[in-house]
Design a binder for this molecule. Sequence first.
Ligand SMILES: [Zn+2]
Length: 166
Amino acid sequence: MSDLEGSESIESALVDGDLLRWFEQQHLLRTLVIAEDEEHITEVVRAPMLLLSAREDDVRAAPNPDALGYPEKRLGEMTLNDFHVFLLRWATRAVDAGLVRCFVCNEVLRNNDLDVPWDGIFVSEDLVAWLFIHFDCKRGLSRELKGRSPFELHPRPPEVFDVSHD
Ligand SMILES: [Zn+2]
């Protein structure tokens, strides 16, 4: 197990220790080791992110359900699937707030538009992230994701939403 406390990471300022450890248990952290010279090695850790659109400005760190008072389950008891359910609730609030665009076509997503429903997608390759997309735009997703590296993204803190109910 790597020593997360000692590693240099922008993430550690955005993702609290409990959430970082939980992501590590789920094997969802990505690490980049940079050897600046023979004596100095920097380890950059990236936790899973939220992509509220394909733009760099719309990258968010993942929220901690405990910090938001999520009532269904505590983080420590969650499976990854439980976390998906929590995040979908957070994302529904973000869509209500008009903050989320389809990752492929860039249209603003809407919750009550039954003609163009959206879905949350979790990708866990080099880049580990949740993103949001129209059902009909899913075919274009792999093209949009190609070549994206988590280490080129700099998440902002997630918005605080009321996740106490559906
Ligand atoms: Zn779309």
